[in-house]
Design a protein around this ligand. Structure first.
Ligand code: SF4
Ligand code: SF4
Length: 256
């Protein structure tokens, strides 16, 4: 791990943290306060969208339309959903006001993780391992103040554990999508559109589960079904299981 004292101010660096510690503090007293909330190039993960749309009292469709853009980025076979910045000067995040983030308790995973960049990996269905990198941006003064943190301490402090089960499931799917299960049709493949719906658009996916032939084709235990009716998180996990089944023939969801 590089010694942060040896990284010149203004330079961007990224390094694997491992069992080491990093120094960091972010608060309204730093001179760069909210600088990182402008012109941000930020991925939103499926659970981010659930938290944010509930926070804003929007449907999934409304949230996706108003606050996101889709783009083909690191994964060439499945679109990413990105947080849309506003059209105002310096492109601030649309959730930013003068005093800071207006969705702070439900801010996206990447916002709460910074300066950590967790990467999920595993070789089994339920295995969750996280490897953490530290991203150090030259404009961020938080690296030069505050206490020392291990990755575990930082993730607990930022309440990131709430996200990890779902984000690990998403990371697994994302790695499978990179094998291009959609073939030559790509974005025009109806299977891709279904997978996108089950990942990002919970309101539409809930109607699909309860108002189509879904439940006559897949066995969902009654207790799970009740959770899915009430909870977007439970519905999203069902969506992941369904994608695993219909695209890859894997997972715990059984066809009838
Ligand atoms: S300290 Fe870093 S993370 Fe905090 S507001 Fe400044 S630039 Fe953003
Ligand atoms: S969601 Fe909040 S913390 Fe994240 S970029 Fe927007 S204003 Fe900043």
């Amino acid at each position: 791990m590089p010694d942060p004292k040896n990284i010149p101010a203004g330079e961007d660096r990224r390094y694997l943290l491992g069992d080491g510690k990093f120094r960091f503090a972010c608060h309204s007293g730093v001179a760069c306060f909210t600088r990182c909330c402008h012109n941000a190039d930020m991925y939103l993960y499926p659970y981010d969208i659930i938290r944010l749309k509930q926070r804003r009292g929007l449907t999934s469709e409304e949230f996706l339309t108003q606050h996101t853009i889709t783009a083909m980025r690191e994964n060439p076979y499945f679109p990413n959903v990105m947080l849309k910045m506003s059209d105002l000067k310096d492109s601030p995040c649309s959730f930013l006001l003068k005093n800071g983030c207006t969705v702070y308790e439900d801010r996206p995973y990447s916002c709460r993780a910074y300066p950590l960049e967790p990467a999920f990996y595993g070789d089994g269905e339920n295995q969750l391992n996280i490897r953490c990198y530290v991203a150090r941006h030259g404009h961020c003064l938080g690296h030069r103040q505050g206490r020392q943190w291990t990755a575990h301490q930082w993730m607990a402090d930022q309440q990131m554990d709430d996200y990890h089960e779902i984000n690990a499931g998403w990371a697994r799917l994302d790695s499978l999508f990179r094998q291009n299960p959609f073939g030559e049709k790509g974005l025009d493949n109806p299977a891709l559109k279904m997978a996108y719906m089950a990942s990002y658009n919970m309101d539409t996916f809930r109607r699909f589960v309860f108002d189509s032939s879904f439940l006559s084709r897949f066995h969902v235990p009654q207790e799970r079904l009740e959770d899915v009716r009430e909870s977007d998180s439970a519905l999203l996990l069902l969506g992941f299981d369904w994608i695993l089944r219909f695209l890859f023939g894997q997972g715990r969801l059984r066809a009838i």
